[in-house]
Design a protein around this ligand. Structure first.
Ligand SMILES: N[C@@H](CCC(=O)N[C@@H](CS)C(=O)NCC(=O)O)C(=O)O
Length: 244
């Protein structure tokens, strides 16, 4: 029986897991997670009745993997493709990507709160039809505030924006040291993880299987950042074209 991946279509953490599984040709059934509404079922399936739960989650036989890194390592153990782990120098870069994604979330969510269209796009279509535009935005804002509390996100995003910029600079330096194509010289999970940071800070519509809404892209995209980090955007696009 194939594994089940519970994931969010627009989440970079979910995309890291999907990319690693797909790279290795590991078969899985995809179940869409709905924040808030899906939480009781997620708790039941993972048997985690206390504390925070998040996606992606992979259920493979008796194994329940509740973290994107653990799922990618599982894919490396089970799969057929070239190894994504075990390359010299990659661990600090995977950690850099973790910090970058947290910073991207902290920089992006407060902006989403001020963008009614981006908020409405978070509500499933069937639900927003029933609620109407105004109420949909209110319900989504409630969900976004809850996510901000859950992940300790401040309403003031300046520090996060600075941390995100630092992460992009460090990615650029790693890429130069790795020879320009891959951060450790060969395709690895560190590339997958750092490409998500680039996606979250400079989203375009060519992002492989990650589904960000148009309104969210508009909220997060910055021309100044795009000009400064155009090389990283080209790198991300090339990586997706070749490996996704
Ligand atoms: N450590 C986790 C973090 C995953 C994470 O932050 N997931 C968020 C992604 S948006 C999530 O589940 N959000 C929905 C929620 O918290 O309800 C991993 O790398 O898998």
């Amino acid at each position: 029986m194939s594994a089940t991946l519970i994931s969010l279509s627009y989440s970079p953490w979910s995309e890291k897991a999907r990319w690693a599984l797909d790279h290795h040709g590991v078969a899985y059934r995809r179940v869409a997670y709905q924040p808030m509404l899906g939480e009781p079922r997620l708790r039941w399936r993972t048997k985690r009745f206390r504390g925070n739960v998040s996606v992606p989650v992979l259920i493979a036989g008796d194994e329940v993997l509740t973290d994107s890194l653990a799922i990618a390592q599982y894919a490396d153990r089970m799969g057929q493709g070239a190894p994504l782990f075990g390359h010299a120098g990659m661990d600090p870069l995977v950690e850099l990507a973790d910090r970058g994604l947290s910073a991207a979330r902290a920089a992006g969510l407060p902006k989403v709160l001020d963008a009614p269209d981006a908020l409405r796009e978070l509500v499933p279509r069937g639900v927003s039809k029933v609620l109407g535009r105004g109420l949909s935005a209110k319900v989504a804002a409630f969900g976004v505030r809850r996510t901000m509390r859950k992940y300790g996100v401040d309403r003031e995003p300046a520090a996060a924006a600075k941390a995100l910029r630092g992460c992009l600079e460090a990615t650029e330096a790693a890429l130069a040291a790795g020879g320009g194509d891959y951060v450790v010289g060969t395709f690895s999970y560190a590339d997958i993880a750092l490409a998500q940071v680039v996606n979250q800070s400079l989203p375009t519509d060519a992002m492989g299987k990650l589904r960000l809404s148009d309104a969210y892209r508009e909220v997060c995209f910055s021309d100044e950042l795009a000009e400064r980090f155009s090389g990283l955007m080209s790198w991300r696009d090339g990586l997706i074209a070749k490996h996704r």
